[in-house]
Design a protein around this ligand. Structure first.
Ligand code: FE2
Ligand code: FE2
Length: 246
């Protein structure tokens, strides 16, 4: 396995490792994002088994001990499995996440006390800022949350738009169709009545780039893609409600 590195927005780098065995023959990418700045931030650590690959990829861009912030969509191995390995190699690094993630898991599971972020709170990286957004249960996990980088209008959108395959680093092609197909296959989302509204709130940020954890980054009409994804989840929720007679 190898980890490729691409700059998907100004000084935002995507590390992508393709695992062909998942849903073979399509495979699945695992992507982490490094936001460079005075206080560099890593969004997703990757699972523990990928730590050597991701650490080496980061070290090609900056000394790993410079890492200041570690954050991720939700508490799962691919999102944060190697957070303690990162805390060990980067002495000034702090895990940052929402109140639910910190209180339910991270205060106990992280080797250093995490920073608790309120919905909408800013992390100041010095030359740039990122905004933390609570997205409970979207696409899964009570503690789910995402990051919006305000200089480049990049939404680091975690498991949203998950797709199989090993596409380009950056695309303007369709990401909604492949996401709908992956949802049909894996049923990875926790369908809930607030899902469409939560995703439309992300569309209202008018992101220019969407940084997918499992798939290419997207530089097309991001608000329209988010609106289409929200519509599809509303459709799924309506169908699920009808099936139980609601
Ligand atoms: Fe996940
Ligand atoms: Fe994931």
């Amino acid at each position: 396995m190898e980890t490729r590195i691409d700059e998907i927005a100004n000084a935002i780098f995507r590390f992508s490792t393709f695992v062909p065995e998942i849903e073979a023959p399509a495979g699945l990418t695992f992507n982490q994002f490094l936001v460079l700045g005075d206080e560099p931030l890593l969004f997703h650590t990757g699972p523990r088994r990928l730590f050597p690959l991701v650490r080496d990829a980061v070290s090609r861009l900056m000394p790993v001990e410079r890492l200041r912030w570690i954050t991720f969509g939700h508490y799962e191995a691919d999102e944060c499995g190697s957070m303690n390995e990162w805390l060990a190699v980067a002495p000034r690094a702090e895990v940052a996440h929402g109140m639910t993630g910190c209180n339910v898991s991270l205060i106990d599971m992280a080797d250093r006390t995490p920073r608790v972020l309120a919905d909408g709170e800013i992390i100041d990286l010095g030359s740039r800022r990122v905004r933390y957004l609570d997205t409970p249960h979207v696409p899964h996990g009570w503690e789910a949350g995402l990051i919006f980088e305000e200089t480049t209008d990049t939404l680091l959108c975690g498991d949203l738009f998950t797709q199989y395959g090993n596409g380009p680093a950056l695309t303007e092609g369709d990401i909604v169709g492949p996401a709908i197909a992956a949802e049909d296959t894996a049923c990875f989302s926790a369908l809930n009545p607030g899902m469409g509204a939560t995703i439309r709130r992300l569309a209202a940020l008018t992101p220019r780039t969407l940084a997918l954890m499992h798939g290419p980054s997207f530089a097309g009409d991001s608000p329209a893609a988010l609106a289409a994804l929200a519509d599809d989840y509303d459709r799924r929720v309506r169908l699920a409600a009808q099936e139980v007679g609601l």
